[in-house]
Design a protein around this ligand. Sequence first.
Ligand SMILES: [Zn+2]
Length: 128
Amino acid sequence: MPKCPHCNAEVNHLDIHEASHLVHLSLDEHGNAMEAREELATEQLVGDYFCPHCGKTIATSEADALSFLRGEEPELCTWTVYLMVPYMTWEDIKARTEGEALDRCHYPWEFDCNEPHYWLAVEEEEDR
Ligand SMILES: [Zn+2]
């Protein structure tokens, strides 16, 4: 029997709140989806599939809920993750003041000026 990833209890069905019903989703002896409905006194938010023991979300779609009940591992996908930091450097800008140095540099055309960013000019030490 699958175990809840949150409380580690063995789970034979998942609960779904469906407006004024609590739906118990489980598998019959042939592995097909089986739903039992229970009328609730108060309206609940429609949404995720919950562990009947701890009430935490186990799945967010019926397909995921059924594969959880069948003990299937979630399919692994391949991802590329980027940390996007706008970054641009201009070197050898000749200017008298920081403001003048900044004035000589312009946003690259592809840069979205709504992105968080700031300008900084650092004066070079001259090698002697
Ligand atoms: Zn649980």
